[in-house]
Design a protein around this ligand. Structure first.
Ligand SMILES: Nc1nc2c(ncn2[C@@H]2O[C@H](COP(=O)(O)OP(=O)(O)OP(=O)(O)O)[C@@H](O)[C@H]2O)c(=O)[nH]1
Length: 193
């Protein structure tokens, strides 16, 4: 349910920040630009938390660059929504992600590291995102993602996805190996060779 909202100025202009809180006090966020209520083809990014990349500036992944690209694109269009889901480390949590990073220092890739910890590669749930879009009364979305699983999850949750918009940001060379694994092992639709 909607818990709080306020306008916040960002480097990409002003967004309406809406916090949704579920029954277990988990808080997800919608950053809204313009009027999206009862609108078709609303530009939408469903973004999963990455403290290491987005706050600490880790170069191991492309999360921060994708977050910035989403806000910039929405801002340029003047209308859209970014849903920020608190599911760090593809859902395994920060501590486990750092354990996985330790295994990656020893040569494991991002998928194998999770499996070596006895954890699934991706435990994310998109139900909260679908719920937020319904509460915001968005009629249909243009989803900015390279991950076909996200598109399928939205459709399964009865969210109308009118189009997938590729979401490839410029990344540091440190992140190239991560992107390759996303393409080769996770089926992300990326142009990297
Ligand atoms: N377990 C784990 N999680 C990671 C790692 N690197 C980034 N993440 C998490 O991955 C999530 C982002 O998922 P990605 O697979 O990069 O991208 P996506 O959201 O599935 O797809 P896009 O919509 O195309 O961005 C965030 O929650 C990050 O914290 C890693 O090496 N291990």
């Amino acid at each position: 349910m909607q818990y709080a909202k306020a306008n916040i100025p960002t480097s990409y202009g002003e967004f309406n920040c809406i916090v949704f809180r579920d029954s277990s006090y988990m808080e997800h966020v919608a950053l809204v630009k313009g009027t999206i209520c009862k609108k078709e083809h609303v530009l939408c990014r469903i973004h999963s938390e990455c403290l290491t990349g987005e706050v600490f500036g880790s170069l191991k992944c492309d999360c921060k660059q994708q977050l910035d690209l989403a806000l910039k694109t929405i801002s340029e269009v003047g209308c859209g929504v970014l849903l920020y889901l608190r599911q760090e480390g593809r859902g395994i949590g920060l501590g486990n992600k750092i354990k996985a990073y330790a295994l990656q220092e020893g040569g494991a890739d991002t998928v194998d590291a999770n499996l070596m910890l006895g954890l699934p590669n991706d435990t994310r749930e998109y139900g909260p995102a679908a719920k937020m879009l319904k509460m915001l009364e968005v009629s249909s979305i243009v989803l900015m993602t390279n991950n076909p699983d996200k598109v399928n999850a939205m459709k399964k949750a009865n969210v109308k996805v009118s189009q997938r918009k590729p979401h490839e940001a410029n990344v540091h060379k440190e992140a190239l190996a991560y992107l390759k694994i996303k393409k080769e092992k996770m089926g992300h639709l990326l142009s990297i060779k």
